[in-house]
Design a binder for this molecule. Structure first.
Ligand code: NI
Length: 156
């Protein structure tokens, strides 16, 4: 088990656009394993590579359902529908929560750690987590989507 430090808001790495993953190698596998360990310890619903200081298009989502940890490499949202207004937070912005406006349902096309392309859909919290983590890969924090700040929420 190896955890990595979570970068906090204010670090310019969180505002950078991440590079696509081209090599599906042991280094990528190690990054994903470390991110999973980190997410568990931090008790979040998602984590993106730039949050551990790596500018690669890699993120993971775990909303606590039967799917467990979903690993997304080079993810792209291919469909989005509906709308939800729910509380949201971010492991890089501790203690800050706000109601964000997100699609209710999204479909993501991504690659797994071996480079195989797959599609995954989610609604509610999972859709929100997909949007939140993919935003991180484009240097966007959830605060840009906040409509109203709150006292509590889930962190990704
Ligand atoms: Ni986040």
């Amino acid at each position: 088990m190896a955890t990595r430090n979570v970068v906090k808001e204010g670090d310019p790495i969180l505002n950078k656009v991440c590079r696509s993953v081209l090599n599906f190698d042991e280094k990528l596998a190690q990054l994903l394993d470390d991110m999973a360990d980190t997410l568990k310890v931090e008790n979040g619903v998602g984590l993106a590579a730039p949050q551990v200081g790596i500018l690669k298009r890699v993120c993971i989502v775990d909303v606590g359902d039967d799917d467990g940890i979903i690993e997304l490499v080079n993810p792209v949202i291919t469909e989005a529908s509906g709308e939800q207004l729910e509380p949201e937070g971010c492991l890089s912005c501790p203690g800050i929560y706000g109601t964000t406006k997100r699609p209710m349902t999204v479909t993501v096309r991504a690659q797994d750690r071996n480079g195989n392309t797959f599609f995954v859909s989610g609604e509610g919290l999972k859709a929100r987590a997909f949007c939140h983590e993919i935003d991180h890969l484009n240097g966007v924090l959830f605060k840009e989507h906040v409509i109203e700040y709150l006292d509590t929420g889930s962190e990704g």
